[in-house]
Design a protein around this ligand. Structure first.
Ligand code: AMP
Ligand code: GLY
Length: 424
């Protein structure tokens, strides 16, 4: 297979690493990729949302499969773009259609979908600037804390959890009337606050059947003890100790099956990964969010725990034969700890030389935001490296990652020293 993988983060490096182990792989291209992905294939200087350039490249290189890492190209309709093009329509795209990607691209769409299919989620209502007054009334009828969500994609910043009513009303106004998140907040979902512990569950589907991948827990806040600003994710562990068989069975029966069936019944084309962001409320799973892609940094522990050939599974998705594929997992645990640029998630600097990468033997270093400057690897984003390790349990895996991190350096590097603190 000649594969084009779109994206440039730690998720894509982990996928490229996994694809490179596949017996089906003939050649792998990553667009745009980073200094890590080039170890497993050829980086192509092309944006993941430049559809005409992608078309030209796919035809020139006789690509047989396009795998989409991030949500942006999906929400912009890359799957539909391929299906509508006579020259591309037989090249499978792993990732949902534009309509299906609304599960991530529109909170209101996702909530309506869950209501329609009886999938457990927080109670909600959606408002626009024309219904601002009704939004205030709705807030008055709720208890603190208040959860306000910009309907559209807002680079992970569109969810506000606010303790006091006055402030919640002011934020609602700022989102709806003053376009705080631009177009993304032209609609706002207000929902009931749920209290519990979160985890991420991933499913691969061909639209009919599905395979559940290893679950993971990520650590979103910048500060130890889950404090401070939200980030893209500072680390992850898999398996998640509280995701025992009873809980996973509930997730499958109450959430995964109704989602896959619901998509099919609604005639919404979904071929790819579904990310379920879940919260455990007194033993019952609720959906906090859907994403139409794999998680990052969760992929950096999920791919290492997948024993089966990834391209074999993706081929099953492309040909609607996923049900015939075998899926096996590592018994070993895996963790990843993100090394980030000082200042992230606020202002930070790029271009810092990274030292020590070649000395790491006990971990796999997935590059998140890096670039090559000749033979030198430099930082090129807020999240820079995801240091992943295996262990016979999470404690051992974590010890290995922290030991590896002590050998890697770049100016003003920062990382959380307590990944896994609440589950080990
Ligand atoms: P989202 O972008 O929808 O995943 O929301 C970001 C984060 O906000 C989630 O990971 C949760 O920690 C939190 N959150 C979102 N919705 C709720 C809710 N209804 N109750 C409690 N926390 C929530
Ligand atoms: N780690 C959360 C996400 O990928 O959205």
């Amino acid at each position: 297979m000649r594969v084009l993988l779109l994206g440039s983060g730690g998720r894509e490096h982990a996928m490229a690493w996994k694809m490179a182990k596949s017996s089906h792989l003939e050649e792998l291209f990553i667009a745009p990729g980073n200094a890590g992905t080039r170890l497993h294939g050829t980086n192509v200087d092309m944006s993941a949302t430049d559809f005409p350039a992608i078309k030209e490249f796919v035809l020139k290189e006789s690509i047989n499969m396009v795998v989409v890492g991030p949500e942006d190209p999906l929400v912009k309709g890359i799957h539909d773009f391929f299906l509508a093009d006579a020259e591309l329509k037989n090249v499978p795209v792993i990732g949902p259609s534009k309509e299906a990607a609304q599960l991530e691209g529109s909170k209101d769409f996702a909530k309506a979908f869950m209501m329609r299919h009886n999938i457990p989620t927080a109670k909600y209502a959606t408002f626009t600037k024309d219904t601002l007054e009704a939004g205030y009334k709705f807030l008055e009828g709720m208890k603190a804390p208040y959860v306000l969500k910009a309907d559209g994609l807002a680079a992970g910043k569109g969810v506000l959890i606010i303790d006091n009513l006055k402030e919640a009303k002011a934020e609602l106004k700022s989102m709806l009337a003053d376009a705080k998140f631009g177009d993304a907040s032209s609609r706002v979902v207000i929902e009931q606050f749920l209290s519990g512990i979160e985890c991420s569950v991933f499913v691969l589907t061909d639209g009919d059947s599905y395979k559940i991948l290893p679950e993971a827990k990520d650590y979103k806040r910048i500060g130890e003890g889950d404090t401070g600003l939200n980030t893209g994710g500072m680390g992850a562990v898999s398996p998640v100790p509280f995701c025992d068989k009873t809980y996973m069975d509930k997730i499958e029966n109450q959430i995964i099956i109704p989602t896959v069936k619901g998509l099919k019944n609604d005639k919404i084309l979904y071929k790819g990964f579904i990310f379920f962001g879940l919260i455990n409320v007194k033993g019952e799973p609720y959906v906090i969010e859907y994403n139409c892609r794999m998680g990052d940094p969760e992929t950096e522990v999920v791919m290492p725990r997948l024993k089966s050939d990834l391209l074999d599974l993706l081929e099953g998705v492309a040909t609607n034969t996923l049900s015939e594929c075998d899926i096996q997992f590592e018994d070993r645990s895996a963790c990843t700890v993100m090394m980030v640029a000082g200042g992230y998630p606020e202002e930070y600097q790029k271009g810092k030389v990274i030292n020590g990468l070649n000395t790491i033997v006990d971990s796999i270093v997935f590059h998140a935001g890096t670039a090559s400057d000749g033979p030198v690897v430099v930082s090129n984003g807020g999240r820079v490296l995801a240091v992943t390790s295996y262990g016979k349990n999470l404690e051992i895996a974590l010890e290995r990652s922290y030991n590896s991190i002590s050998k890697i350096s770049f100016d003003a590097a920062n990382y959380r020293k307590d990944i896994g603190f609440d589950v080990v």
